[in-house]
Design a protein around this ligand. Structure first.
Ligand code: AMP
Length: 218
């Protein structure tokens, strides 16, 4: 399956993507994770991306599209993938169509995670990420680790993302409404969008998402 996950920052895309990718047996491709890995390794691509991410802005398409295409063409993604955080604007959505068309494949679904804005702010303020594995995501109230600051799954150190500060979150939400939301209509025109509520327990949302993907017309 080839799936795109959309939703505002804090909708739980990263958390859900990790479970869904595992359930579906496809790799989870997160452009945000790829940028963060490049930043922590100090690569030229990481240096290019860093300032945009800090400011809550989109990294330029010339950088992002090439990076995403390379990852989609890795051997483990030959039979499908779950894209999280890409595409994030219409130019990227059109570029993705071009890449898929050239490869002779198509998207199966665009899963839209819906969550009210006040909930987004609460979720992001308490979000903590694992330094060792970006798919290990916690929340100080909604999904607290057993020991403060330590990942339950692997013992990695938990940290707060630099762009999860209140000012940057506001900027990221603005960018989401202006740049990313229009891709939902773009994909609606292709009859690909499945919308689910992202409210509730993590496992409940995963179940809702799996049902919706199995039965997109329901
Ligand atoms: P995320 O982890 O998906 O919330 O992404 C964190 C940040 O990485 C975003 O705020 C952007 O600065 C950058 N980023 C991630 N994906 C993209 C993308 N598809 N296009 C441009 N910038 C991106």
């Amino acid at each position: 399956m080839r799936i795109v996950l959309v939703g505002p920052p804090g909708a739980g895309k990263g958390t859900q993507a990790a479970y869904l990718a595992k359930n579906l047996g496809i790799p989870h491709i997160s452009t945000g994770d790829l940028f963060r890995a490049n930043i922590s390794q100090g690569t030229p691509l990481g240096r290019q991306a860093q300032e945009y991410m800090r400011a809550g802005q989109l990294v330029p398409d010339e950088v992002t599209i090439g990076m995403a295409a390379d990852r989609m063409h890795a051997a483990d993604a030959a039979d499908g993938f779950l894209l999280d955080g890409f595409p994030r604007n219409l130019a990227q959505a059109e570029a993705l169509d071009g890449i898929l068309q050239a490869d002779g494949v198509r998207l199966d679904a665009v899963l839209d995670l819906e969550v009210p804005e006040d909930e987004v702010v609460k979720r992001i303020a308490g979000r903590r990420m694992c330094r060792k594995d970006s798919s290990h995501i916690f929340h100080v109230i909604y999904n607290p680790p057993r020991a403060e600051g330590v990942c339950d799954a692997c013992g990695g150190e938990l940290y707060q993302r630099e762009d999860d500060s209140e000012d940057t979150v506001r900027k990221r939400l603005e960018v989401y409404h202006r740049e990313t939301e229009p891709i939902i209509d773009y994909y609606k025109a292709q009859d690909l969008v499945v919308t689910i509520s992202a409210l509730g327990k993590v496992a409940e949302v995963t179940e809702r998402a799996m049902d919706a993907l199995k039965n997109p017309a329901a």
